[in-house]
Design a protein around this ligand. Structure first.
Ligand code: NDP
Ligand code: MG
Length: 415
């Protein structure tokens, strides 16, 4: 939806305040890694933005600190147990405090110029939709929205006439490299992957990889779920699905290259033989700033890449035998929206189980694959045609995946 110049120019007005004053933004998931980077971007351009709402799950202290820093109008915590601490910490500031899932939806539904979708997981779907329905443009970090509900999610965005701006660094790079060209001009879109902490590990070593080892990403500092996804390369698989939806490009024209330096984030190869790449330091403040200031460009003192210091940039094909998540995600993309929905649900359950010590590292991808197979066998292979369908399928996927966790855990105990 952000691919053709027509779509982009049609919706440009949506992200530019009509009075020419500061842009109003909301930060959904303000206490996380994306939220923190967003706050850092705002602090560099204090006159360019005002903040309506900030939200979090349970981290009341941190949310109150962020709300004060950005002078938000309202701070909302999903977990009602956090309300007292939040209200206490905001007393006397004039910042409204609220709690509960419904309050998150109401805060997300306050119209702004851009809502940053930085909640992790499918839990971000409903708040992001609330922002869309309110007519706010979306700076989309929460890729799980698209993996869970791709087509129906985008239909909602189209209906509301809002722009979805990709924050995910690869997609932001591709968006910029496309430069408004139509997808028909494109031969191939390439997403790069750092390869994660286990890029050079043997499969046998990966089988015993501990969560603390998997959480050590070589280049990016991110929340725990996406860091584990980066170690399995499921993140790149999910990103293929994300790119398919964002740029309306078929799976066959989507490629992944392992690029350990994380300097080139994405490339677009056109039919005329030209390839355009977007490069930058591995710092999420850069794509976030791009989305918040788009269609203009702001000024930022985020780190610059030093190509002379980096010396060389290397690229390699991913090893899908050690990283099967990539193939599993491609298969799901080809199978359709039901499969990507179930894959996402299963992966969320599997990552949690791995971090909780219930399953091994290699079992994350296996569990995701088995869950998709089980869903197919159970006759769930019909793609959601409404958001309600997507949410119901997500719940069913989680139920099947949880049963798989119990099965895998029992196997591990028996060995
Ligand atoms: P984090 O885990 O660091 O932060 C998640 C945020 O969401 C926190 O504010 C958390 O609140 C909130 N949250 C978690 N669960 C819920 C819930 N059920 N309801 C409401 N709020 C909730 O994640 P990241 O910032 O790393 O990632 C956010 C999203 O951005 C993910 O979809 C990820 O894939 C994507 N992304 C992230 C990148 C990165 O660099 N981090 C890069 C590209 C994409 P609390 O702190 O209270 O728990
Ligand atoms: Mg990414």
């Amino acid at each position: 939806m952000t691919t053709s110049s027509e779509t982009v120019s049609d919706t440009t007005a949506e992200t530019v305040p009509s009075d020419g004053g500061p842009k109003r933004i909301s930060i959904l998931g303000a206490t996380g890694s994306i939220g923190t980077s967003t706050v850092a971007v705002l602090s560099e351009q204090p006159d360019s933005f005002t903040v309506e709402a900030v939200t979090a799950f349970g981290n009341a202290k941190n949310l109150a600190r962020v709300a004060r820093e950005v002078k938000a109008r309202i701070a909302v915590i999903a977990d009602p147990n956090g309300y007292a601490a939040l209200a206490d910490a905001l007393e006397g500031t004039g910042i409204e405090a609220a709690s509960g899932e419904q309050a998150i939806l109401e805060a997300a539904a306050r119209p702004v110029d851009v809502a940053v979708a930085g909640i992790v997981g499918a839990a971000g779907l409903q708040p992001t939709l609330a922002a869309i329905r309110a007519g706010s443009s979306i700076a989309l970090a929460n890729k799980e929205c698209l993996i869970c509900a791709g087509s129906v999610f985008l239909q909602e965005a189209n209906r509301a006439g809002v722009t979805i701006l990709p924050v995910d660094s690869e997609h932001n790079a591709i968006f910029q490299a496309l430069g408004g060209h139509a997808v028909e001009d494109v031969e191939k879109v390439v997403l790069t992957a750092s390869g994660g902490p286990f890029r050079e590990w043997s499969k046998a070593a990966m089988a015993g990889a501990r969560p603390d080892e998997a959480l050590k990403h070589p280049n990016w500092s991110m929340g725990p779920k996406i860091t584990i996804d980066s170690a399995t390369l499921m993140n790149k698989g999910l990103e293929l699905i994300e790119a398919h939806h964002l740029f309306e490009i078929d799976e066959g024209r989507l490629d992944v290259l392992v690029h350990p330096q994380s300097i080139v984030h994405g490339m677009v190869a056109f039919h005329d033989g030209t390839t355009i790449a977007a490069l930058g330091a591995a710092d999420m403040r850069i794509p976030i700033a791009h989305c918040l200031t788009w269609p203009d460009r702001g000024v930022s003192d985020s780190p610059r890449m030093d190509l002379a210091k980096v010396g060389k940039l290397t690229f390699a094909k991913p090893d899908t035998s050690r990283f099967p998540a990539l193939t599993i995600a491609r298969d799901a993309l080809r199978a359709g929206g039901w499969a990507t929905n179930v894959l996402n649900a299963a992966n969320e359950v599997a990552v949690k189980a791995y971090l909780g010590g219930d399953i091994g590292f290699l079992e994350i991808a296996r569990l995701a694959e088995d869950t998709v197979d089980a869903a197919r066998s159970a006759g769930l292979d019909r793609s959601p045609s409404t958001i309600g369908d997507a949410l119901a399928l997500d719940r069913e996927g989680r139920r099947i995946a949880s049963a798989q966790v119990a099965r895998f855990a029992a196997k591990t105990t028996l060995q």
